[in-house]
Design a protein around this ligand. Structure first.
Ligand code: PEP
Ligand code: MG
Length: 585
């Protein structure tokens, strides 16, 4: 039996999906889920049923076009794209022809067949190993429910009187947007992931969201007071006086802190004694660009192109990729965007059903691309064509040897020749870099640096390979230690070797966005940090509040330490003393 709401304080732990704190009355939103029944039709009813379907489709198109328009005005064209993708499904003639054919052949009602056809796609997406595809399945369900609701000729209402925290079993991106016409304080859902479109929109609207809060919509009641801490992923129902006061204080502090951080937006990531670093963002979706700009990033330090492969059976063509890369280049111009070539395999997406016993040690990243030169060349040409404004750079993942670097560069030259022959312009001086994420590459970083313009440290993989700890295995997650002395020594070594060869050294692994690591990384001489966009202002604040000489001193001290515990305790004490506002773990 789930606990039911009383005046007793109840705490829930969920997944933080959009930061911030909201306190206010709850509104339990129970989405009208159209009930789908199966009805047999007589032949005379066919035409009427088809007309009903057409009307529902047109009405759904009309609604979605309005949503696109509203999203465009409220959040800009990138966010509107989420709904344009939903509109595409409604324009899918094949889908609707199939449903119409089935109405005639199977003599069944439209509701049943719409659900059945869309469910086929839905099942494929839900079964995907890839989290991104699974989360896009929500959007599909939303279009399906929209058509079903319009078949029932039900109107959707999203008007609320007053300010509320919306609680729901599940919300679609469109719900978040439509609710935003009211005074919404935040959102809590039982389902959904931190990278779903719903989460992206909540972040764009700057409203706290916690997802994965089991049973909240059955326990809470409309009118109950609720606290949503979207930074920590905590939800508190019926808070006691003291808890409420504590969160009120935290909310006020957070607002003050955010206002201060916002002032940093146009300030450089520079230490008090004038040492400047590049502070960029990692992105996977074009929709994130607007947010990245708002956060005051110096550029994009890692664009993971694997996202273009999701839900596909064949690699996207050169032209298709070009459209994508040129968009990101133009939207970020004049800032630099580092496009990483496909890093398939490992825990990531794989186009071919090659079963490997040890995928992380298998056919992954550059190894796949070098074995598939035509696919690699398509991608390289697409990036080159998009580089005409000279703000793109290319980065190769999973490099282990000089041979791989040279072969990749040869293919890049071949791609350039192809374009030259066709008279297609590109940036001949495009910067080329390599990810240092395999220990072997770290050991020969000096040799690699001689071949390229920059090195970018991928700590997510580097740590897993260096410490022999699977990055995705919860059982050993406490052994995945960013502050293991071996990791710190390795970082020092890579940075030094790169600098000796006069190339810049950046970091695009998670560690770059860990506030506990910032002073150490500055002190080790890291030139570029590429971080998840949400943490960017905090990292900038730390960099702007320290002296480079002091950070160097911290790095020297850390390099003498013998255990992760010792290093973390030291850095935590330092952070607590200097930045009590910034949470570190
Ligand atoms: C890394 O390994 O640190 C990295 C940034 O790449 P990915 O997480 O995409 O493997
Ligand atoms: Mg990696």
């Amino acid at each position: 039996m789930p606990p039911t709401s009383s005046s007793k304080e109840i705490r829930f732990k969920g997944i933080p999906a959009s930061p911030g704190i909201a306190i206010g009355p709850a509104f339990i939103f129970r989405k009208h889920v159209p009930s789908v029944y199966v009805r047999s039709l007589s032949e005379e009813e066919f035409e009427n049923e088809i007309e009903r379907l057409q009307k529902a489709r047109e009405r759904s198109q009309y609604e979605l076009r309005k949503i696109v328009q509203f999203a465009d005005q409220r959040l800009g064209p990138d966010q509107a794209k989420i709904f344009e993708a939903q509109l595409l499904l409604l324009e899918d003639q094949y889908l609707f022809n199939t449903i119409i054919e089935r109405i005639r052949k199977e003599k069944k009602n439209a509701e049943h067949l719409v659900r059945d056809e869309i469910d086929k796609y839905h099942r494929i997406m839900i079964a995907s190993k890839d989290q991104y595809t699974r989360e896009r399945a929500d959007d599909l369900q939303d279009v399906c429910n929209r058509i079903l609701r319009n078949l029932e000729e039900q109107k959707l209402s999203s008007k609320l009187e007053g300010s509320f925290v919306i609680i729901s079993h599940h919300l679609a991106a469109a719900d978040i947007l439509l609710f935003s016409r009211n005074d919404i304080l935040g959102y809590v859902t039982e389902l959904g992931g931190a990278t779903s479109h719903m989460a992206l929109l909540a972040r764009a609207l700057k409203l706290p969201l916690v997802v994965g809060v089991h049973q909240i919509s059955t326990v809470a009641q409309t009118g109950d007071t609720i606290i949503v801490d979207g930074t920590e992923g905590v939800v508190i129902l019926n808070p006691e006086e003291e808890t409420r006061a504590q969160y009120e204080r935290a909310r006020i502090e957070l607002k003050k802190f955010e206002a201060k951080l916002a002032e940093l937006r146009n300030q450089p990531a520079e230490t008090l004694d004038g040492h400047r670093v590049q502070l960029s963002a990692n992105i996977e979706l074009l929709e994130e660009i607007e947010f990245v700009k708002q956060q005051g990033a110096d550029g994009i330090g890692l664009y993971r192109t694997e996202i273009l492969l999701i839900g596909r059976e064949v690699f996207p063509s050169e032209d298709e990729q070009y459209e994508h890369y040129v968009k990101i280049a133009e939207e970020m111009y004049p800032q630099q965007v580092i496009i990483r070539t496909f890093d398939i395999g490992g825990d990531k997406f794989m186009m071919h059903s090659v079963k490997e016993k040890n995928p992380f040690l298998g056919w992954r990243g550059i190894r796949v691309m070098l074995d598939k030169p035509q696919i690699f060349l398509d991608q390289l040409r697409a990036i080159l064509r998009a580089s005409v404004h000279k703000n793109l750079a290319i980065m190769f993942p999973m490099i282990t040897s000089i041979k791989e670097v040279r072969l990749s560069k040869q293919l890049l030259e071949q791609a350039k020749d192809d374009l030259r022959r066709k008279g297609i312009p590109f940036d001949d001086g495009i910067q080329v870099g390599v990810m240092i994420e395999v220990p072997a590459a770290a050991v020969i970083a000096d040799h690699i640096a001689k071949e390229v313009n920059f090195l970018s440290i991928g700590t997510n993989d580097l740590i897993q390979y260096l410490l022999a700890v699977d990055r995705g295995n919860e059982i050993v997650s406490d052994l995945f230690q960013e502050f293991h002395p071996a990791v710190v020594r390795f970082l020092r070594r890579i940075i030094e070797r790169g600098k000796n060869e006069s190339v810049w050294v950046g970091m695009c692994g998670q560690m770059a966005g860990d506030p506990l690591a910032t002073i150490l990384l500055v002190g080790l001489g890291l030139d570029e940090f590429s971080v998840v966009p949400t943490v960017l202002p905090e990292i900038k604040k730390i960099i702007r509040s320290i002296h480079y000489t002091e950070a160097q001193h911290v790095a020297e001290k850390v390099l003498q330490m013998t255990s992760e515990d010792e290093i973390k305790t030291y850095l935590r004490t330092l952070m607590k003393h200097k930045f009590p506002d910034i949470p570190v773990h």
